[in-house]
Design a protein around this ligand. Structure first.
Ligand SMILES: *[C@@H]1O[C@H](CO)[C@@H](O)[C@H](O)[C@H]1NC(C)=O
Ligand SMILES: *[C@@H]1O[C@H](CO)[C@@H](O)[C@H](O)[C@H]1NC(C)=O
Ligand SMILES: *[C@@H]1O[C@H](CO)[C@@H](O)[C@H](O)[C@H]1NC(C)=O
Ligand SMILES: *[C@@H]1O[C@H](CO)[C@@H](O)[C@H](O)[C@H]1NC(C)=O
Ligand SMILES: *[C@@H]1O[C@H](CO)[C@@H](O)[C@H](O)[C@H]1NC(C)=O
Length: 330
């Protein structure tokens, strides 16, 4: 019986894939996920009070170092991580980056620096240059906010597709999405973190011409003023709370929607305060969406829209059309 079982196990080891979760040999604070059918391992060292970045072997594919106490990334910390694709450093109060902090990470696809403490105006200007394959950079909810990410820092990341970032009204610390962002020809997705009181006008995204998915849902007290007029490649858009008078922003959006010929998803969750007088605007809005866009999904949760017509007034022909309004207070 034992022999048969052994045989079965040996057979399975040979032909099946095993995912083995073990304390890593190179650092017992980390857990190694080793899929026996693949040559790489994934490493998780979450919440272990780690202060100094451990030395990882070159076979590592992803590293999760979130929720530790790492305050700096010294030169060459990842020198041998030639296979690393994902590096997650969320919730470490990192303040110090050096010129060669990311040296060796030429295959990294995703870097997460969310909830770090980096002042992007005080780091070496070429700190991200080694990241020649980077597609996704998340540097939102930085404790040191009130500054805008200088385009020069990211202008060499020509493969960048997705940027998650805090935004601030133009300050002595730089303007929002400066001219260096024009180099990022593949940047199609944008999502904001800290974002308050911003007027998005026709100049805001002028250096980001190829955006197809824009998520500004974290923006409170935002003003929409022709910010995305003419974006016929825009596929999905999420906006946050509008500043008073909210109908001004809404009117501008209603009119710009006519140019969003590729739009499929629109999220206006919690965008309107109570007592906004719409005077037929909602109908114009639905009408423009229906006539001019490819809208399939519209979310209007958590709004105070009083004026809404019965469903038979709308004749959406798209089969996939999804429509969320609850809990809408009417
Ligand atoms: C490591 O992570 C990547 C991406 O999440 C995944 O495709 C791969 O299967 C993982 N490998 C292991 C051994 O878990
Ligand atoms: C994964 O585990 C197997 C069996 O323990 C081992 O032979 C292999 O070298 C490990 N893979 C990596 C990438 O460490
Ligand atoms: C890090 O590397 C850069 C460039 O090689 C060098 O100028 C700098 O002095 C180094 N930093 C430290 C703390 O050694
Ligand atoms: C940009 O994206 C296109 C299509 O996804 C791809 O073919 C091209 O190689 C990318 N260019 C860069 C510089 O990453
Ligand atoms: C919108 O922007 C235009 C042009 O910059 C400006 O003239 C107008 O006053 C703005 N409208 C609002 C409502 O802020």
């Amino acid at each position: 019986m034992k022999g048969v079982l052994c045989l079965i196990i040996i057979f399975m080891m040979k032909y099946c894939q095993f995912i083995i979760l073990v304390p890593c040999k190179f650092d017992s604070r980390c857990v190694c996920l080793n899929d026996t059918s693949k040559p790489f391992i994934n490493v998780s060292c979450v919440g272990k009070d780690i202060i100094k970045i451990p030395k990882f072997p070159p076979t590592v594919y992803s590293i999760d170092l979130s929720n530790n106490k790492i305050g700096s990334i010294p030169n060459r910390s990842f020198e041998y991580q030639v296979n690393l694709r994902i590096l997650d450093l969320t919730s470490n109060c990192i303040t110090v980056l050096e010129t060669d902090s990311f040296k060796g990470l030429q295959n990294l696809h995703k870097l997460v620096l969310e909830r770090s403490c980096i002042n992007f105006h005080k780091v070496p200007v070429s700190v991200f240059t080694p990241l020649t394959s980077l597609k996704h950079l998340n540097c939102k909810y930085i404790w040191f906010h009130g500054i805008n990410l200088p385009g020069l820092l990211v202008s060499t990341l020509i493969h960048l597709e997705y940027l998650e970032v805090d935004v601030s009204q133009s300050t002595p610390y730089g303007i929002l999405f400066d001219k260096h962002f024009t180099k990022l020809l593949n940047l199609t997705k944008l999502k904001t973190g800290v974002c308050s009181g911003i007027e998005f006008d026709e100049k805001t995204f002028i250096n980001m011409k190829y955006l197809t998915a824009i998520d500004l849902s974290s923006c409170v007290s935002q003003k929409y003023n022709q910010s995305l007029y003419g974006r016929n490649k825009l596929n999905s858009l999420a906006l946050g709370t509008f500043i008073l008078p909210q109908t001004k922003s809404f009117l501008s959006l209603i009119s710009d929607v006519k140019t969003f010929s590729s739009l499929e998803s629109l999220f206006l969750i919690g965008s309107f305060e109570p007592n906004v007088e719409f005077n037929g605007l909602i109908f114009r809005f639905f009408n423009n969406l229906q006539i001019h866009t490819k809208i399939k999904e519209l979310r209007l949760n958590n709004n105070y829209i009083r004026e809404i017509l019965p469903p038979e007034k709308f004749s959406y022909h798209q089969e996939l059309f999804k429509f969320w309004i609850s809990p809408t207070i009417s």
